[in-house]
Ligand binder design. Sequence first.
Ligand SMILES: Nc1ncnc2c1ncn2[C@@H]1O[C@H](COP(=O)(O)OP(=O)(O)OP(=O)(O)O)[C@@H](O)[C@H]1O
Length: 339
Amino acid sequence: MSDETSSSPGGGDAVIRLRGVTKRFDRFTAVDGVSLDIRRGEVFGLIGHNGAGKSTLFKMMLGLLAPTSGRIEVGGQPVHGSAAREVRRGIGYLPENVALWDNLSGLETLRFFARLKRVDAAGCPALLERVGLGAAGKKPVRAYSKGMRQRLGFAQALLGQPRVLFLDEPTTGLDPHAIHFFWDTLAELRDQGLTIVLTSHILAELQNRVDRVAVMASGKVQALGTLDELRAIFDLPLTVQASLAAGVDAGQAQGFMAAWPPDLAGFAHAFDGQTLTLRAPREKKMALLRHLLAAPQVADVQVHAPSLEDMFFSEGGAGVAASAQNRPQSRPQTQQEAA
Ligand SMILES: Nc1ncnc2c1ncn2[C@@H]1O[C@H](COP(=O)(O)OP(=O)(O)OP(=O)(O)O)[C@@H](O)[C@H]1O
């Protein structure tokens, strides 16, 4: 793959550039006019409900599926056409279910994939070490656990030192230890300059580990940005929890509630006698905190910003996509802006 990059409107280098990408299966439109820049060295999450078009978009970015219309470039080169083979050599791909042969050992499997990818197999033992399978390289794959199989799949994606990695549901079925290991490895690769695009349905796991997220629905990218940018788009309230001190009796608690300032009225969501839960707009946070911290009855205050999951399930369960369709004009980047 060429190391050439093109600049993205949002700043930084666009390693992956999509313009007006559409995929139709007969009369059904699975991906609908997607324009997107993915920058060098970023971890980019693609989320959305089942059937939103993530895998179809993924396959097109990998050059495995031709778009009906639109243009896709990786490293400044089209992923379809005469340069496609060369472009794909710079891409690593971990499918959701890697096809492995039970009778081959981990090392034989990796060497097999190296031959398929036409890269030097001499680095296979080191790659197995890299993913934590050094000691299991000679074991047949049939003796591998789900986590070990996933690590082996990850190793084959890293063959040939790709500059761009596509990972489809990479942590599905992994235990917490394996998930931790996976994200640590990903952070190291990212620090080495790799661009990583991944899909996941596990939003809590994604939210502090990806640089930006694209939310897909009905074949379109409905919202795009960092977690903070998405929070600004959806403008959901903060949740603030104030715990009263252990010695506060019912009368003092009542006094605390009765002395509530009128300019902060309407945010109280629940009070169980010990903990007051409030939902407040972000601009009221400081006023609310000042009041709570000055109250002698309050022993502890916790503030929770809306999570990716809160946003996804916002608007009474209609989901992030429905909310994004009605998004205000002050959003970070739309498809049109990217185009
Ligand atoms: N080869 C195909 N022929 C016809 N329709 C297809 C084909 N591939 C995908 N689709 C349809 O395109 C839509 C998008 O599918 P896609 O697999 O991209 O969704 P997804 O977001 O990856 O979903 P999931 O989270 O379930 O993997 C779905 O309605 C699917 O049925």
